[in-house]
Design a protein around this ligand. Structure first.
Ligand SMILES: *[C@@H]1O[C@H](CO)[C@@H](O)[C@H](O)[C@H]1NC(C)=O
Ligand SMILES: *[C@@H]1O[C@H](CO)[C@@H](O)[C@H](O)[C@H]1NC(C)=O
Ligand SMILES: *[C@@H]1O[C@H](CO)[C@@H](O)[C@H](O)[C@H]1NC(C)=O
Ligand SMILES: *[C@@H]1O[C@H](CO)[C@@H](O)[C@H](O)[C@H]1NC(C)=O
Ligand SMILES: *[C@@H]1O[C@H](CO)[C@@H](O)[C@H](O)[C@H]1NC(C)=O
Ligand SMILES: [Ca+2]
Length: 521
């Protein structure tokens, strides 16, 4: 043990610059104790941990078997793809295998037999874990690189996607974007999404096989050409949040939009030479552990950080139970060279037993009550330990008390409900006639019009009479000669004796007046 400690101490100065030690046993004036540092796992070949999905269904060649040829040899279409014969099959897993020297194995698409309909394919890589790129993404194409493609990425396991980089032989034509090179970006534009023409032009399918997302060139904007000044990069990563996120992802999607054309236009008479073939996708990166772990292991099918600093979670993204005195914070690369661990602290260390479940980082002692209480509870919480939800919010029963989203807004309908509070399952208290969890519905036999009102008419009980029709449960539209809420009254009822004659006299009088007018003209 002593030997090991000595060894660790010996290595420290060199190793710490790369943040690969989370803690070390040091001797101070108060005796030996642990000292903690910001730490991160080593970079790995991420293709070994990925799951892949290729879309649309049927895009992989070989079912049914198909012949194809190459741009170099367009008249010899004797190569065959056959999914049922191992030697002739090209399944997606061949993009991630280990290749024997010189023998490329690759996924291949069907040929462009449906031209002019575009030949489109999506290749989606998922890690179910946030990772941070440390080197270029390199995609290797056999038989020529696509003339149009793009990369997209997700930071939330595929729920939302964002463009990452565009590739085309003519960026303006394909995407309406001017062509740019990463080398021309500056410190303020280091995380810009660009369209590049560097990897899409025809140069012979053997000579230029790779399409890159240039991570090193972007690092070099801060760290210099040979990446010597990594300290400067780490300082920048800390101060510009957008920059760190640029290199972070949970999923990567390659959208293949137009295959290699062999340096000319599409030749309809031979569509067997147009297809995609990808032999390798190299993604080099590390698990994102928020600078709280230096190990990341593959467990139950997913990568997981082995969290230190009393943090927990797949990305060490929260404090362990009983270590929630302060809110969780990511470790920091600063100050150089050791960084700050920003460790989670055990309850009881600062203020007696005042746990605030991470919703406040201040406690205060109230003299006349003799209690310690959390101050300014955040995340819509309240109470001595921020353990209750503010009025107008309710507790999410399946979330832990220290979850930032533990309190959910009641969202009671302002008109339909008595007030904006709700019960523990989110139900509001409704005014008469209103219903539904949020009181935005009406009970049967009520209609909604700035609140719920009892039906005036309907199809069942309150039926409009004498041929009247019910308008939106609000009123009967009565035919001429009837009135009353349900048109139940004849207008003549009140003046029974002369009803008919009176109205006919009125009519003939009108006719007389009209004819008189016409005659005058
Ligand atoms: C590829 O993914 C995009 C979304 O990122 C989707 O709009 C498109 O339809 C997909 N294409 C195919 C061929 O599945
Ligand atoms: C993703 O990772 C989490 C945490 O390790 C795990 O619980 C979940 O089952 C994984 N999901 C898939 C689809 O592998
Ligand atoms: C985490 O908690 C353990 C147990 O209380 C303690 O020994 C250790 O020093 C803590 N680590 C950090 C980084 O605070
Ligand atoms: C409640 O919390 C659980 C666990 O965090 C979460 O999955 C769920 O979406 C939350 N429910 C609501 C309504 O926000
Ligand atoms: C909340 O109110 C609804 C509707 O009145 C009721 O069904 C539910 O049981 C109540 N939940 C609790 C926890 O009281
Ligand atoms: Ca391969």
């Amino acid at each position: 043990m002593l030997h090991l400690v000595a060894f660790l101490l010996h290595c420290l100065p060199l190793a710490m610059g790369h943040y690969d030690i989370c803690k070390s046993w040091v001797t101070t004036d108060d005796g030996p104790s642990w000292e903690f540092y910001a730490c991160q796992p080593k970079a790995m070949r991420m293709k070994d941990y990925v799951t892949v999905r290729v879309d649309p269904p049927g895009i992989t060649c070989g079912d049914p078997p198909e012949r194809f040829c190459t741009h170099e040899n367009p008249y010899l279409c004797s190569d065959e793809c056959d999914a049922s014969t191992p030697d002739l099959a090209h399944p997606p897993k061949l993009m991630f295998d280990k290749e024997d020297e010189g023998l490329a194995t690759y996924w291949q698409s069907v040929t462009w037999s449906r031209y002019p309909e575009p030949l489109l394919a999506n290749i989606t890589l998922s890690w179910n874990k946030s990772i941070e790129l440390t080197d270029d993404i390199v995609v290797t194409f056999e038989y020529g690189r696509p003339t149009i493609m793009m990369l997209e990425k997700s930071l939330d396991n595929g729920r939302t996607w964002h463009p990452y980089q565009y590739y085309a032989d003519d960026c303006m034509e394909a995407f309406g974007m001017p062509a740019r090179r990463v080398r021309d970006l500056s410190t303020t534009s280091a995380n810009r999404i660009i369209c590049t023409e560097e990897y899409s032009r025809w140069a012979g399918s053997k000579k230029e096989k790779n399409v890159r997302l240039e991570v090193r060139d972007r690092f070099a904007i801060f760290a210099g050409q040979d990446l010597r000044n990594m300290d400067n990069l780490y300082t920048r990563l800390e101060s510009a949040k957008g920059l760190k996120d640029f290199f972070t992802m949970t999923d990567l999607r390659m959208r293949l939009l137009r295959p290699a054309l062999g340096g000319t236009y599409v030749q309809r008479e031979n569509l067997y030479k147009y297809f995609y073939a990808v032999s390798n996708i190299e993604v080099t990166g590390r698990c994102k552990c928020n600078l709280h772990a230096n190990l990341c292991s593959f467990k139950e099918g997913s990568l997981q950080c082995e969290c230190e600093h009393n943090t927990t979670g797949q990305d060490c993204g929260k404090c362990k139970k009983n270590f929630r005195t302060r809110s969780w914070r990511a470790g920091s690369y600063l100050p150089l060279p050791n960084g700050s661990p920003n460790a989670c602290a055990a309850a009881g260390s600062a203020f007696g037993n005042c746990e605030c479940y991470g919703h406040s980082n201040r406690c205060s002692y109230i003299d006349f009550l003799n209690v310690v209480t959390c101050v300014s509870c955040k995340h819509n919480t309240r109470g001595q330990h921020c353990q209750h939800c503010r009025l107008g919010f309710y507790r999410n029963g399946s979330a832990e008390l220290d979850d930032e989203n533990v309190c959910i807004e009641c969202n009671c309908n302002q008109i339909g409900s008595l007030h904006d509070r709700c019960n523990e399952t989110g139900y509001c208290e409704c005014r008469e006639g209103a219903s539904g969890p949020k009181c935005d519905d009406c009970l049967p036999n009520y209609y909604w019009r700035q609140g719920c009102f009892p039906n005036v008419c309907d199809e069942e009980l309150l039926i409009c009479q004498n041929g009247g029709t019910c308008y939106q449960n609000q009123r009967c539209i009565c035919p001429a000669g009837y009135k009353g809420v349900l048109c139940e009254q004849s207008k003549c009822d009140s003046d029974n004796k002369a009803c008919n004659s009176a109205s006919s006299t009125y009519l003939s009088l009108t006719l007389f007046l009209i004819s008189a007018l016409i005659l005058q003209l």
